[in-house]
Design a protein around this ligand. Structure first.
Ligand SMILES: [Zn+2]
Length: 444
């Protein structure tokens, strides 16, 4: 442990946000929290579940190696254009039902990569702003630190083994500017697995990062698994589950554009944490089960008197063209105890070419300040995502995410070390990734 911590100390402070162990576990927990239906049974077949979890790790592997090609495939794998291409490939070349294990593992791998991409979006676009506000720290600390906290708090229990649909990936990456060969992928995956995603030293390396960065992240240390705070690892579980369910529908050609919003923060029936507009706590956000083409004017925010509330609509942190998240950030303080509605307007364009025809609404209350037991009574027991393999009660599948307007109202912390440091160039995930994410590699 001492030696590993020393290795960690050697790593330059170029780390990023959400660590690989965090991705692996949130992805697995999302499946475990599903209602006991066809999808949950499909994904919990042991070898299929392993492929899902390795897909959640694979997405960041390209950041382990200092090459443009490896970074390019990792970057691409994070975003909806890749996910949509992968879904289309499966629908054309290997449509359901998937009777062979190879087919089922490929579907699961896709869903693991997609889950990772969504989690980075949630963490970076929501929780990381909280970390910056409260701890004054960024991805360099948050990504490796949160991976380490998971180990220190004994939350880790999944250890996926390598399983990659190589031929399919090479076909999907053929359109990238960089040439992605099997050797490019092999070099990145081999290094990642040898120093981090393994049962021997992987958790210990993460633990060292947690010890190292804990003192710089006092608020994060307490809240990184807080289900109340949007974008925390635990608060990512239900949105990831909803996204996986949407992916399943997309694979079957059954996701309607009017059902693209799969989750919203504040998670019903929780209240919006803060009314002061300068605080991240005052943001509302909508999460989508397929990439939505980002443009101005997609949303509205309505206040207690039915009047429009001034706000700034925001894309995900990295500004991708087809986004899985939109933020509504008020431009003036909200009314404590007041009820507000965030609305996604009809006419949004999805990455698969569909256009929505109905509005979608999420109505929520702002937390009282000062506390008021009459206006803001105790909310009682609210379902929290389980971490132990037993679905939450009530099942996460019943989590209310909002209403159609015509219904009832309503990065990793890739800690990179120079190759000379014994090849310990690793990845707690995607910080480097995230930095490059805004540079336009993506088609989305
Ligand atoms: Zn990542």
């Amino acid at each position: 442990m001492t030696a590993l911590l020393a290795l960690a100390l050697l790593a330059p402070a170029t780390a990023d946000a959400h660590g690989i162990w965090g991705h692996v576990h949130v992805t697995g927990w999302a499946v475990e929290n599903m209602p006991d239906d066809e999808l949950r049974q499909f994904l919990l077949e042991p070898e299929v579940f392993n492929a899902l979890l390795f897909g959640a790790a694979f997405t960041d592997t390209g950041y382990a190696v200092d090459s443009a090609a490896s970074r390019a495939y990792s970057e691409h794998t994070h975003w909806e254009p890749f996910i949509e291409d992968f879904i289309e490939w499966i629908r054309v070349n290997d449509p359901p039902p998937w009777n062979t294990l190879e087919s089922r593992k490929r579907v699961a791998f896709l869903m693991g990569c997609a889950s990772h991409g969504l989690q980075d979006t949630l963490f970076d676009s929501l929780f990381l702003y909280q970390i910056e506000e409260r701890d004054g720290a960024g991805q360099d600390f948050a990504d490796p630190g949160t991976d380490g906290f998971l180990v220190l708090d004994e939350h880790v229990r999944f250890q996926p083994e390598e399983d990659i649909p190589m031929e399919t990936l090479l076909e999907l990456y053929a359109g990238l500017e960089e040439e992605i060969t099997e050797d490019v992928i092999r070099d990145s995956v081999d290094l990642t697995v040898s120093v981090y995603v393994n049962a021997d030293i992987g958790w210990s390396v993460a633990e060292g990062m947690g010890v190292l960065h804990g003192p710089s992240l006092p608020w994060t240390r307490v809240h990184y698994m807080d289900p109340v705070v949007p974008g925390s690892l635990r608060a990512e579980i239900f949105p990831t589950m909803r996204y996986q369910q949407a992916l399943w529908k997309r694979l079957h050609g059954e996701l309607s554009a009017d059902d693209v919003t799969v989750f919203a923060y504040p998670e019903s029936p929780r209240r919006l944490l803060g009314h002061e507009h300068a605080q991240t706590d005052s943001w509302t956000s909508l999460i989508f089960g397929a990439g939505v083409r980002y443009e101005d004017g997609l949303t509205e925010l309505v206040g207690p008197d039915g009047a429009a509330v001034p706000f700034t609509q925001g894309n995900n942190r990295w500004g991708q063209g087809h986004t899985r998240l939109i933020r509504l950030m008020p431009d003036a303080d909200l009314e404590p105890g007041g009820w507000y509605t965030a609305r996604l307007m009809p006419g949004v364009s999805l990455i698969d070419g569909q256009t929505s025809t109905e509005a979608w609404e999420h109505t929520f209350q702002v937390e009282c300040d000062p506390p008021d037991s009459e206006l803001c009574p105790d909310l009682g027991d609210i379902a929290v995502a389980s971490l132990d393999g037993v679905p939450a009660e009530p099942a996460g599948g019943t989590v209310d995410t909002g209403t159609k307007s015509d219904e009832t109202n309503g990065g990793c912390g890739c800690v990179t070390a120079p190759p000379t440091a014994g090849g310990l160039a690793l990845l707690l995930c995607g910080a480097v990734a995230r930095r490059r994410r805004g540079t336009g590699l993506r088609r989305g």
